[in-house]
Design a protein around this ligand. Structure first.
Ligand code: DOR
Ligand code: ZN
Length: 418
């Protein structure tokens, strides 16, 4: 049993109290609990439900190991990886192969969406069933209505049929194929959202327009926003130069400001961490790395009063846990895992690509102000302290580890009694 004591967000208020942790889970929260005194503000560690950790044949861009290390430095306790890898994760074998890599190599908890393509859509129900005998699939996605690789595309009618057939969350890249053309205009997103909402409830990936946000928030569907669509716009294209390409693309200044203004309507904040090699970026590969900068950049905005603490923690921890069904994750609460990120709001630094841990070697947030977490606790274990990683990679199956420890302790007890 361990206990820490400090300032943290609890049931919507910042309180100063003690947190008792047993087996990686918060056992009790009380003012009278004493424990190690923690400086700074203790917030829930974040859950990034949209990352592309590549690996497989694209290990030069990122691996589960490098991506998850970057995630840890960014204050994340759990990531959801996307299936558009090479090879694609559309069946049991690839799913299992990836989960096995994560078991050994991931620094943070790892989960993986199952891909849906025209090819596997008929069998998707059986594939889900088979995988779920062993692993828990958080969602089917990210579904592409349009993709340069036509095998990965899903026409609306197929999406509609799958929606009726399975109950699982389906995450959609909403860009209408007939309107997308080269420039991928806002209308392509708005139209696709409209058509999808007619088909049923979905989770929409990285929404970039005000109109889509309003439509979705009036429905039973949910949506993500990214820091880059909130904070960047077409005026940043020059600054970003040959690195500026991302899907959906950066929008006009007024569009990004309007989206920021309705941030409270969004459900989840994600990075859409999409690393590429410098060479691939120069050749026009779309995507921004971000799993390490999302929380620190947003905490800095919170520090400046531009984002509320409740909005931020809902978007980054509570809502992703609830919507994707991750039990015991989310807010700081009795019964939940002790997953915390501790921020010293006076320790403002500038983002520098050379200090990040992704293989991407660049960041669109270069020189942005940020507050990086000084400590990250994963299931009660201090995993990161002042820039130093204190854990080995590999998913910590808390219960098993603790059981081994308990057995060892009782063995010791027996020996000492003898
Ligand atoms: O910019 C993007 N990059 N958007 C996506 O939807 C996919 C991602 C990637 O995988 O590179
Ligand atoms: Zn993505």
């Amino acid at each position: 049993m361990v206990a820490i004591h400090g300032k943290f967000l609890y049931r919507g208020e910042i309180i100063e109290a003690g947190i008792e942790i047993e087996n990686g889970v918060i056992k009790e929260i009380k003012k009278t609990i004493e424990g190690e005194k923690i400086d700074g503000l203790i917030l829930p560690a974040s859950i990034d439900v949209h990352v592309h950790f590549r690996d497989f044949e694209e290990s030069d861009k990122e691996t589960i190991e490098s991506g998850s290390l970057s995630a840890l430095y960014g204050g994340n306790c759990l990531v959801v990886d996307q299936p558009n890898t090479n090879p694609f994760v559309g069946d049991f074998d690839e799913y299992e192969r990836r989960m096995k890599i994560a078991e050994k190599k991931s620094y943070v908890d790892y989960s993986l969406n199952l891909g849906l393509t025209t090819k596997n859509s008929e069998r998707i129900h059986e594939i889900i069933k088979k995988i779920e005998e062993k692993y828990r699939i958080p969602a089917v996605g990210e579904v592409f209505l349009q993709h340069s690789n036509s095998e990965l595309e899903i026409p609306y009618h197929t999406l509609g049929e799958v929606r009726k057939k399975i109950s699982k969350l389906i995450t959609v890249h909403a860009e209408d194929p007939s309107l997308i053309q080269d420039s991928r205009p806002p209308e392509a997103e708005i139209e696709a959202v409209k058509k999808c909402l007619e088909l049923g409830d979905f989770h929409f990936c990285h929404i970039s327009t005000y109109d889509s946000a309003i439509m979705i928030s009036d429905s039973n569907s949910t949506f993500e926003v990214t820091p880059h669509h909130l904070l960047f716009n077409t005026e940043d294209l020059d600054r970003l130069g040959e690195f500026s390409k991302v899907n959906p693309p950066l929008r006009s200044k007024v569009e990004s400001e309007m989206l920021f203004n309705v941030l409270q309507l969004a459900d989840i904040l994600v990075s859409d961490h999409a690393p590429h090699t410098l060479e691939d970026k120069k050749n026009g590969a779309p995507g921004f790395p971000g799993v390490e900068t999302t929380y620190p950049v947003m905490v800095n905005l919170m520090r400046k009063g531009l984002v509320g603490i409740r909005t931020l923690t809902s978007l980054i921890a509570t809502n992703p846990a609830r919507i994707f069904g991750f039990e015991k994750y989310g807010e700081i609460e009795v019964g939940n895992y002790a997953n915390f990120a501790v921020f010293n709001l006076k320790a403002v630094s500038k983002v520098k690509a050379e200090r990040l841990h992704t293989k991407a070697e660049w960041t669109p947030f270069e020189n942005f102000e940020a507050v990086f977490p000084e400590r990250v606790y994963l299931k009660g274990e201090l995993a990161l302290l002042n820039g130093e990683v204190l854990i080995e990679p590999g998913i910590r199956k808390k219960k098993e580890v603790d059981e081994i420890e308990k057995i060892e302790e009782s063995e010791k007890g027996k020996i000492s009694k003898k």
